[in-house]
Design a protein around this ligand. Structure first.
Ligand SMILES: [Zn+2]
Ligand SMILES: [Zn+2]
Length: 378
């Protein structure tokens, strides 16, 4: 069974280059869909992916009505510029479902907004709060869009969050990051990263599930309802004949949580990612190759080898490389560099193209489906 499915719609860094477009992904799970970043032209690529799915995968669906949350990794425009037009399109389509929009900012901005002050001038031009305020003034409010939108910003490292109210132009502190409405099986978790503006990665984590109670076995042993309840709640019981029954023998193994991380833009070994001890899939930026590793250091991006080091540090099983500089024409080059860095073969590594899908199953198996132009191939 597939737990999480990621559609990667843009794999270029900074600007469209050849067949690669700027960032934007969709994560589909049984609870709904999360959008992770929405760079320029996002809605065009989203509509295109829906068409492809309709044609090639009758069971797959990325209906906008299933989208509950937009997780922004940072404010650089190649990650945000497509959001406003797409919000307007959903308004034209008479969306009614509420939408949660969440992203990172700094403590200085949080403090200024909750105190009713303007965004400090020291905040970078691409500050998300600045963009959210301008989107509000351009009509992106619940009243004008016709569906409810919640605007949440936070300092990820400090785990401090505020909600913006576009009507009163005020901001109020909230106790924690809200989860998408109605989501019961998957949590969205921000992870602190290191970039030239406030940034975070997003982790999608399925909740651990208790194993199934073996009703057939209980029936065969003619257990009473009270005895079944005891065992079902994890307590061992002793039968009238003195035989004891262990509650654990009546339940299949628990289903472990699964984790998929999307890095956004970051220098390698981001603190929030490094702090994890097990990840099934990490989709990590690899803007540069080793020959330009100084650029990666200077601009707080990663190289393909840095992405590998990060994946190893968080105990990942599979690494997907993405977000390539326009200089990288041949995808085998970052793949070779990344693979060489994994000396003990602890990882499987693949390279993303626009339109690819990453499937993560309930037992942790990962499949990278490549868009071929005429369907997907493993
Ligand atoms: Zn970027
Ligand atoms: Zn960036």
């Amino acid at each position: 069974m597939i737990w999480l499915e990621l559609h990667i719609l843009g794999t270029a860094s900074a600007r469209p280059a050849g067949a690669r477009d700027v960032s934007g992904s969709l994560l589909s799970c049984e609870d709904g869909i999360a959008v992770i970043d929405a760079g320029e032209g996002f809605q065009i690529r989203y509509a295109q992916q829906r068409k492809r799915l309709k044609l090639h995968t009758p069971t797959g669906s990325l209906r906008a009505a299933r989208i509950d949350v937009v997780c922004l990794t940072h404010g650089h425009l190649d990650h945000t510029w497509g959001l406003l037009p797409w919000l307007q399109t959903m308004s034209l389509d008479r969306r009614t479902r509420p939408l949660l929009i969440v992203g990172p900012t700094s403590t200085e901005v949080l403090d200024a907004l909750t105190d009713g002050r303007a965004i400090p001038e020291s905040a970078p031009p691409a500050e998300l709060a600045r963009q959210m305020q301008s989107w509000h003034s351009l009509g992106a409010t619940s009243t004008q869009l016709g569906y409810e939108v919640r605007w949440i910003l936070g300092d990820v490292q400090a785990d401090s969050w505020i909600e913006l109210d576009p009507t009163s132009q005020t901001a109020a502190q909230i106790p924690s990051l809200p989860q998408p409405q109605g989501w019961r099986h998957v949590n969205i978790v921000p992870l602190a990263t290191t970039h030239t503006v406030p940034s975070c990665a997003w982790m999608f984590e399925t909740k651990e599930k208790a194993g199934k109670f073996n009703r057939l076995k209980a029936a065969e042993l003619r257990l009473t309802t009270a005895q079944q309840t005891e065992l079902g709640q994890g307590r061992d019981i002793t039968l009238a004949n003195g035989e004891s029954l262990a509650a654990s023998s009546f339940r299949s193994a628990a289903i472990e949580p699964r984790r998929l991380v999307v890095s956004g833009d970051t220098a390698e070994q981001a603190p929030g990612i490094k702090a994890l001890s097990a990840v099934d899939v990490i989709v990590h930026e690899a803007t540069f190759l080793d020959d330009t590793k100084d650029h990666a250091t200077e601009h707080l991006h990663s190289t393909a080898t840095g992405a590998t080091r990060t994946a190893l540090s968080c105990g990942a099983n599979h690494l997907v490389l993405t977000h390539f500089s326009a200089r990288i024409k041949d995808p085998t080059v970052p793949l070779d560099e990344a693979t060489k860095e994994d000396a003990n073969n602890s990882l499987t590594i693949s390279v993303a193209k626009d339109g690819d899908r990453i499937l993560l199953g309930s037992s942790g198996q990962t499949t990278h489906l490549s868009w071929t132009g005429d369907g997907w191939a493993a």
